[in-house]
Write a protein that binds this ligand. Structure first.
Ligand SMILES: NC(=O)c1ccc[n+]([C@@H]2O[C@H](COP(=O)([O-])OP(=O)(O)OC[C@H]3O[C@@H](n4cnc5c(N)ncnc54)[C@H](O)[C@@H]3O)[C@@H](O)[C@H]2O)c1
Length: 442
């Protein structure tokens, strides 16, 4: 039974333009996957928006519609894609080079479609991604000029593709580590810093700024600071636009945010967690640079601290040795291997070990996340949700939150929050899992 009216949500009429920053392994796997699903030749496995259901009301009501039938999401057939990349390869060539999807089974049948997606010149600067060189880049005297060119790209995509709404997802390389500074504090100083080519303004921030100025939601799939600065957060709130990040939560960190809450739930101690990765794709090559790795490391390290709360449980988690390594190893390509050695302890302090060896495919795990973020950010905009979308933390390693709030990393709390937000949007009861009414019938 509905308890409140829910939100007014504008219908998903017309086409939804998905503009991707970066046309590498993740972006091409996402685009090719959506087209394959649209042609009835595959399933959107890993996508909560496409495969998931949501329970409504009491367990006895047996109401569990598909999420995409419950909330008014854009239909896959209405998605139109474009991307920016400093490497001029079209989506077909980029997908073949990325080597994620099977060329004969999944790329050849949609070759014409993929070849039609050619990257727009990027706002790119090698200072921020040391291991890349690009020729397909924008020229401008100042960063502000580059941002204006990105705005023009958005406007002309709206017209030429005939889309009624646009979302932007950052699927580009991880930039060097930057901390929030004076240039990020207000819109006025941010704009001035762009004009003065201040190094504190990374290319990713130009895309985020351009998006918000053109009334487009922006999601950040990499760990770069990007939209996680006061100037852009305020801009998003003022213009009533959804933003969020950072860093898609795919393989190793997803496992970490499942296992760590289990140890804590059972009050088992943790002495150390050693995580290492070998991967050989371009992302791995970029992350081989210590400055880009630092950005990723911060994002991967944060989760345990917040989940385990060492301040509250000093005997259990006060002395955890946590290490994360990423090693570039070309023979593996996109097929990463993530090893975890976990030293836990139980009753009276007796030690035990757990080993996780996840032979995952990075972009196969990331593609459905890009899809869900594009659809949910579009929904959020139509529901007039503005600023940081914490309910979409489920998808991020290092979720943005309101100032002063610590991020929630536990995957299942994040999932509950996401589903309860959908219930709230549609005027359905929240599910609390109390369930006392099934027993105390009087
Ligand atoms: N695959 C995963 O599981 C996963 C998980 C979390 C985060 N990520 C992040 O997603 C991003 C994409 O990963 P990928 O495997 O597709 O990498 P990739 O190297 O295959 O693709 C990234 C693309 O971004 C382009 N690029 C770099 N700077 C750019 C700029 N300023 N503007 C436009 N394009 C730019 C590069 O030329 C490249 O083609 C990376 O930052 C990665 O760390 C991936």
């Amino acid at each position: 039974m509905a308890v409140e009216a829910g939100r007014d949500i504008a219908p998903a009429t017309g086409k939804l333009g998905v503009m991707l920053v970066g046309l590498g392994a993740v972006s091409t796997t996402f685009i090719a996957g959506v087209e394959t699903v649209r042609r009835g030749r595959g399933l959107a496995i890993g996508s909560l928006s496409q495969m998931g259901t949501i329970r409504l009301g009491k367990r006895t009501e047996k109401r569990s519609p598909k999420i995409r039938e419950f909330v008014p999401l854009a239909d896959l057939k209405d998605l139109v894609f474009t991307a920016w990349d400093p490497i001029p390869d079209d989506a077909y060539t980029a997908a073949v080079k990325a080597g994620v999807l099977d060329r004969h089974e999944h790329l050849e049948p949609i070759k014409d479609f993929l070849q039609g997606i050619k990257p727009l010149p990027a706002a790119f600067d090698q200072y921020y991604v040391k291991r890349l060189q690009g020729t397909n880049v924008k020229r401008g005297k100042t960063k502000r000029e580059l941002a204006e060119q990105l705005r023009e790209d958005i406007r002309s995509f709206r017209k030429t593709a005939g889309v009624s709404r646009v979302v932007i997802v950052w699927c580009a390389s991880t930039e060097v580590f930057i901390t929030p500074g004076p240039a990020h504090q207000s819109l006025a100083v941010f704009e001035k810093a762009m004009e003065q080519n201040d190094p504190a303004i990374a290319p990713s921030m130009l895309y985020a700024y351009a998006a918000l100025m053109e009334n487009v939601p922006f999601a950040n799939g990499a760990p770069n600071l990007t939209v996680d600065v006061p100037a852009l957060e305020r801009l998003a709130e003022e213009r009533r636009l959804p933003i969020g990040g950072k860093d898609f939560k795919t393989g190793q960190t997803m496992m970490k945010t499942v296992l760590a809450p289990a140890f804590k739930a059972r009050m088992l101690g943790l002495a150390g967690w050693y995580s290492t990765n070998i991967l050989g794709n371009r992302d791995g090559e970029v992350l081989d640079d210590p400055e880009s790795f630092k950005t990723k490391e911060e994002s991967k390290l944060g989760v345990l601290e917040y989940i385990l709360q060492p301040d509250q449980y000093p005997e259990l988690y006060g002395n955890v040795f946590h290490k994360v390594r990423i090693n570039y190893y070309p023979p593996r390509g996109d097929n990463k291997e993530g090893w975890d050695n976990i030293d836990i302890f139980g009753w009276l302090g007796y030690p035990m070990q757990i080993k996780v060896d996840f032979l995952c495919r990075d972009s196969i795990l990331a593609a459905p996340i890009v899809l869900d973020l594009a659809l949910f950010f579009d929904l959020a905009q139509r529901a007039r949700l503005s600023g940081i979308q914490e309910w979409l933390s489920f998808y991020f390693k290092s979720p943005q939150t309101a100032p002063g709030l610590y991020p929630e990393h536990d995957l299942f709390i994040q999932q509950t929050k996401l589903k309860n937000t959908l219930r709230w949007l549609m005027g359905e009861d929240q599910i609390t899992h109390l369930g006392i009414e099934y027993y105390e019938k009087a």
